[in-house]
Design a protein around this ligand. Structure first.
Ligand code: WQD
Length: 343
């Protein structure tokens, strides 16, 4: 049976991608995770949603011997989707070497294993943060990358470069790099979503925790040169991101790609401000959110949103959910978290 390895499958985007893979393909799915930033109960929720079983391996991808030993038992691995990485931007600013070591060693070990075992289809989880403070919006895949604002973003820039130099050295190897904009929201069932292991830094979990009385939202600056003074982002539903991974995998495996490495933006193409996101949350969930306006957050780009035409035309991918759907699903998930229904 053809096997797909999903690293970081217990994580936020990884687990939603497991759901889409299990529901839309017949591959044998194997998830690798070391639970450094995820919870193994997530696997139970994925099986409950899909009513499907899949294999799981607990290991650190930085341990090449352990990786080799674990994967050698699979006869026909045809692809790898690589999510596993540290991704907390503020932590990456204070602990850069932790990020360079983990995010790059794990990638190199995986690529090395792919070469050894003739695994020729590789999908890399990248981020809109590789663009830095882009001069022109919306950003396309050809937009020049500016200086990364954090070592997290830098590990994604370096990771893309490693793949660009590695791919031509292995004759049949092809890769797709997916640059996510801001993944938010939760599975439509309310049974899976973002599960911050520690205090979240990103907006939507802070909104839903604030609405639950578990956090206090501060809007980081309302004096930017934007429609309402707050920063603009391209929020995209995590299930739309997950769907893009299935389409990218099929595109690679069916050898439709003529390029050794292809890059795709995964965004809606619509910029939404922080205050607009808050208003959507309040409208969709019929509640009033308490928040304060604070100082700007260092490192924040004023605005970034995607030109997603390439993914739409080549991968035949279309984001289906809008900011209202994202905020409705995020709140449904938070309410289940509050009730302890997620264990
Ligand atoms: C969004 C907006 C904040 C929290 C990061 C990573 C990116 C990707 C997504 C991994 C900004 C504002 C936030 C708060 C606020 N991660 N905000 N109060 O920084 O756009 O992107 O997460 O791939 O790589 O860089 O996301 O959610 O932190 O911020 O006002 O308490 O919300 O200033 O304008 P960001 P975010």
């Amino acid at each position: 049976m053809k096997t797909i390895i999903v690293t970081g499958g217990a994580g936020y985007i990884g687990s939603h991608t497991l759901i889409e893979l299990l529901e839309k393909t017949d591959f044998n799915i194997v998830s690798i995770d070391n639970f450094s930033n995820s919870d193994k109960n997530t696997y139970t929720r994925v099986s409950k949603i899909t009513n499907k079983l899949f294999e799981t391996i607990e290991l650190d991808l930085c341990d090449k011997n352990a990786l080799t030993k674990a994967l050698n038992k699979y006869e026909s691995i045809v692809g790898v989707i690589h999510f596993a990485a540290f991704k907390t931007v503020p932590e990456s600013v204070s602990l850069p070497l932790k990020y360079y070591n983990n995010n790059l060693t794990s990638l190199i070990n995986l690529l090395d294993y792919c070469k050894e075992k003739n695994i020729n289809n590789f999908i890399f989880s990248s981020s809109c943060s590789v663009y830095g403070n882009a001069d022109k919006l919306p950003v396309t895949e050809e937009t020049p990358l500016k200086k990364a604002e954090s070592s997290y973003a830098h590990t994604k820039q370096i990771g893309e470069e490693i793949i660009n130099y590695f791919a031509p050295s292995v004759s049949s190897f092809k890769a797709i790099i997916l640059r996510y904009f801001n993944p938010v929201g939760a599975h439509i069932s309310g049974e899976n979503g973002e599960l911050p292991i520690s205090k979240p830094n990103n907006l939507v979990p802070i909104i839903t925790q604030t609405a639950s009385g578990k956090n206090n939202l501060t809007v980081f600056g309302n004096d930017y040169d934007t429609v309402d003074g707050t920063c603009i982002r391209d929020y995209i539903h995590v299930s739309d991101i997950a769907d893009a991974h299935v389409k990218a995998l099929i595109y690679l495996i069916e050898s439709k790609s003529s390029e050794k490495v292809s890059v795709f933006n995964l965004g809606t193409g619509t910029g939404v401000s922080v205050l607009q996101a808050i208003k959507s949350f309040e409208k969709m969930n019929n509640l009033t959110l308490n928040y304060t306006i604070g100082d700007r957050r260092p490192g924040d780009v004023i605005a970034v949103y995607a030109n997603n035409e390439k993914a739409k035309s080549i991968l035949k991918w279309e984001p289906k959910l809008n900011i209202d759907d994202m905020m409705l699903s995020a709140w449904k998930w938070q309410q289940n978290l509050n009730k302890g229904l997620t264990n």
